[in-house]
Design a protein around this ligand. Structure first.
Ligand SMILES: [Zn+2]
Length: 303
């Protein structure tokens, strides 16, 4: 691995000089913010993305290509709220790029542009689950958050590249407006499911559920990042029967078999959804992702 990394960094050095085209090199950990960065940055940014939309965002396998990208980045867009805690810190230590270290201007924590939900009150301990100790990190599935981040990114890009600041501001406004109209469209299309009792696998859609007024009865995971036990599944199935849950929503990288079993036991239907941009063939942009989720939820609820 060490030798691969060295080779990768040598290639990175070469690429950086070849790429001296005046563009801002932006690396986004997740594809949704990569999409957003491209919209806001237009021709003046070169965006690369580390994680794939088909991967569980908590457990991204690091590849040597990540170090290449990080080494030459001017800006690094992180989700924050500890979503990357399992894989990003060692990569930052190894990438040899002071510009994007935590605390440097090139380290952009996008969670600072939104208001997190499910922030534990009165301190953090392990009883709250494994992976969400500072609030729910899956804020990208509320388009209003993405609109706020678009505006934030316009400011970040302008600070890094003042010559194109006016263009970034204009693009930021345009994509914000596009996202707000996407939000209205999604709210309209989901109106048949307003108030519907649902169960989800993980807390990935909590911002989405809150904003679009779903009634979340429970999760397959008893706490974020904690695998279900026979007892927790029994309790969940009882709650689903009691509350008449007909829709069980599962991210497409989670354990579909458990979901199918629960659905078989309770008579609910399973919606297997992409939850990050690129997570399915029909979800290659952020607006397409939101529409794919709506489509999958409506399809499963109709049977
Ligand atoms: Zn999570």
């Amino acid at each position: 691995m060490k030798r691969t990394i060295m080779t990768a960094l040598m290639i990175a050095g070469t690429t950086a000089s070849v790429l001296a085209s005046g563009k801002l090199n932006v690396v986004s950990v997740y594809p949704d913010y990569g999409w957003l960065a491209s919209q806001v940055g237009g021709d003046h940014v070169a965006v690369s993305v580390l994680a794939k939309g088909t991967q569980d965002p908590h457990f991204v396998d690091a590849k040597p290509s990540f170090l290449v990208a990080l080494h030459k980045a001017d800006l690094l867009l992180v989700n924050g709220l500890q979503l990357e805690v399992g894989f990003l810190p060692p990569l930052l230590q190894q990438c040899g790029n002071a510009k994007i270290q935590p605390g440097a201007p090139g380290y952009v924590d996008l969670s600072t542009f939104i208001k997190p939900i499910e922030v534990p009150v009165g301190g953090v301990d392990r009883s709250m689950g494994d992976i969400h100790p500072y609030g729910n990190p899956h804020y990208h599935l509320d388009p209003r958050n993405m609109a706020a981040i678009a505006t934030g990114l316009a400011g970040v890009f302008a600070a890094a590249d003042p010559a194109h600041g006016a263009e970034y501001a204009k693009n930021g406004e345009a994509v914000s407006a596009q996202l707000m109209s996407l939000d209205a469209e999604v709210a309209h299309d989901l109106s048949p499911l307003k108030g519907a009792p649902v169960v989800a696998y993980h807390a990935t859609l909590d911002y989405f559920f809150l904003h679009y007024a779903f009634n979340v009865v429970g999760f397959v995971e008893p706490k974020p990042g904690i695998k279900p036990s026979p007892v927790s599944l029994m309790e969940l199935e009882k709650a689903m029967r009691d509350k008449g849950v007909k829709l069980l929503i599962v991210e497409n990288y989670e354990d579909i078999k458990i979901a199918d079993k629960i659905a078989g036991d309770t008579g609910a239907r399973v919606a297997v959804i992409p939850s990050y941009t690129g997570g399915a063939p029909d979800a290659q942009t952020y607006p397409a992702l939101m529409r794919a989720i709506v489509h999958d939820l409506l399809g499963a609820s109709r049977g």
